[in-house]
Design a protein around this ligand. Structure first.
Ligand SMILES: [Zn+2]
Ligand SMILES: [Zn+2]
Length: 79
C-alpha cells in the first residue's frame, strides 16, 4: 500500500491545465484518466478505464462487481 497516498496527491495536480489529452473518466472514482487496464478476471479481459490511484487496489482492477465475484468463485472452484 506504500505509495498510494503519493499517487493520490499527484493526481490532484497534474493534467488539468497543460494537457487537454485527458479524455477518460475513472470507472470507480470518476477522476480524469486515460489509463486502461485489462479486467483482472481472465475470462473477461475487457478494458477498464481506471485511474492510477484506483489501480493500486487489486479489487478495483475488475471492471464490474460481477467480474470480481466471478473471479472469486472461479478461484474457489480451482482451489
Ligand atoms: Zn479512480
Ligand atoms: Zn470484466
Amino acid at each position: 500500500m506504500e505509495g498510494s497516498l503519493r499517487v493520490f496527491d499527484d493526481r490532484m495536480t497534474v493534467d488539468f491545465s497543460d494537457h487537454a489529452a485527458v479524455i477518460g473518466e475513472c470507472s470507480h472514482c470518476a477522476g480524469p484518466t486515460n489509463n486502461y487496464e485489462n479486467c483482472a478476471w481472465a475470462n473477461c479481459n475487457d478494458l477498464v478505464l481506471i485511474c492510477l490511484f484506483c489501480k493500486q487496489d487489486p479489487d478495483l482492477l475488475f471492471h464490474t462487481e460481477a467480474c470480481k465475484s466471478k473471479a472469486f468463485l472461479g478461484s474457489l472452484a480451482s482451489a
